[in-house]
Design a protein around this ligand. Structure first.
Ligand SMILES: *Cc1c(COP(=O)(O)O)cnc(C)c1O
Length: 418
């Protein structure tokens, strides 16, 4: 069979080498509109076979520029503005977050920066106080030069929000659960108060992924992720994504995505989409393993306290059950002893690797006070409960029995030397 018969051509008979698959698989297409379940969308949204070749997996498109049929007549123009692999990934993100519009950026931090650039100079932002360190740094040390001022507030009691709204407040930025103390914020309650005051609500949904929580369904206007974590899930891509149903906000973000240009490479988009196809499988196992690890730690004589939203001892366990469809893969605990005990524990696990980051298939462990949260002032750490013996686990999808045996061994060995 002549391959030419199967290859889509333009009016002049020239093969179309680009994949128009976004048009049959985007949020407006049949895949996402038919009420399919999460796993079906994770595998099929933005992932239609390539009509040009029949390739079941849309090819990696590295071209930076695209042939126009006539001036201004094109599917893709220039790769920073849009490209097939990013469009496919963005369609998948939109589907999984129940959004009309999805966006991908070169990192979670670039997503934050681009979103905050939608604000006019003179705007005021309200952020939850234990927000991701990089977001705190951007709001505190960078956004000022854009003329944006931020108030950080404890939103365990959502009514605190009313006290800090100003005439020029435009946006509320929340994260739930927070890092590393896994505090929750009631997304619906915050959205109700914020919308009364005419404010946008942004939720950083990195810790749960869309599998366990869809902030837009709970009232938020924009959801963002560090896709570096669960969405890619294999610790080999740095990326951020965002999704919204608000057309005006979407067109501002689309404009800035191109104008600022903090975009991911086609290869990273391809990798992240491959990761997404197993997001539902991974998240289920992360949560099963984390629950078992948390329950084991809670029973251990070598542990002072455990924080996991799936434990009845979590102060917001009821909110967790209401707001989340699962409790996630992150567990924090305070080892009996001090920072040296914690350090010994972290050196003696074999399966949990001592490293920053989270959300990959492999288990990781870290000491927030001296690693991810070393940038905070000691008083700030104390206020948030980030004590010197607080250890954060990103529980992977290995066999739970092996993970628990690994922890049990390292705990006993570390604490018995106190
Ligand atoms: C990692 C992380 C970010 C930043 O994402 P990068 O991809 O590292 O830039 C933002 N928010 C949360 C909750 C994160 O864990």
């Amino acid at each position: 069979m002549s391959p030419a018969n199967n290859i889509a051509t333009d009016a002049n008979g020239v093969p179309i080498a680009i994949s128009p698959s976004r048009f049959v698989s985007s949020h407006t297409g049949p895949i996402t509109d038919a009420g399919y379940g999460f796993g079906t969308l994770a595998i099929h949204a933005g992932a239609s076979p390539d009509p040009a070749t029949g390739a079941v997996i849309p090819p990696l498109s590295l071209s930076t520029t695209f042939k126009q049929r006539a001036v201004g007549d094109f599917v893709y123009e220039y790769s920073r503005s849009d490209n097939p692999n990013r469009a496919n990934l963005e369609a998948a993100i939109a589907a999984l977050e129940h959004a009309k519009h999805g966006f991908a950026f070169s990192s979670g931090s670039a997503t934050t920066a681009t979103v905050l650039n939608t604000l006019q100079p003179g705007s005021h932002v309200i952020s939850v106080n234990d927000v991701y360190g990089g977001t705190h740094r951007y709001l505190n040390k960078v956004a000022g030069s854009l003329g944006i001022e931020t108030t950080f507030v404890d939103l365990a009691n959502v009514n605190n929000l009313r006290d800090v709204v100003r005439e020029n407040t435009r946006l509320v930025w929340i994260e739930t659960p927070t890092n590393p103390t896994l505090r929750l914020v009631d997304i619906t309650a915050v959205s109700d108060i914020a919308h009364e005051a005419g404010l946008f609500v942004v939720v950083d949904n990195t810790f749960l992924s869309p599998y366990f929580q869809n902030p837009l369904d709970l009232g938020a206007d924009l959801v963002v992720h560090s896709a570096t974590k669960y969405i890619n899930g294999h610790s080999d891509v740095v990326m951020g994504v965002a999704a919204t149903n608000n057309d005006a906000l979407a067109s501002k973000i689309r404009f800035l995505q191109n104008a600022i240009g903090a975009v991911p490479s086609p290869f990273d988009c391809y990798q992240a989409q491959r990761g997404i196809k197993t997001l539902h499988l991974r998240m289920r196992q992360h949560a099963i393993n984390a629950q078992r690890v948390a329950e084991f730690l809670e029973r251990s004589e070598y542990v002072d306290s455990v924080v996991y939203p799936g434990l009845e001892s979590h102060p917001q366990h009821e909110l967790a059950k209401r707001q989340m469809r699962g409790f996630g893969g992150m567990v924090s605990f305070r080892i009996k002893g001090n920072t040296h005990t914690a350090d010994r524990f972290l050196q003696r696990t074999r399966l949990f690797t001592l490293a920053e980051s989270l959300g990959g298939v492999e288990s990781l462990a870290e000491l927030p006070a001296r690693m991810t949260h070393a940038g905070l002032a000691p008083e700030e750490r104390n206020e948030l409960g980030i004590t010197e013996n607080l250890i954060r686990l990103s529980v992977g999808v290995e066999d739970a029995d092996d993970l628990i045996a690994d922890i049990a061994h390292a705990l006993e060995s570390a604490v018995s030397e106190n």
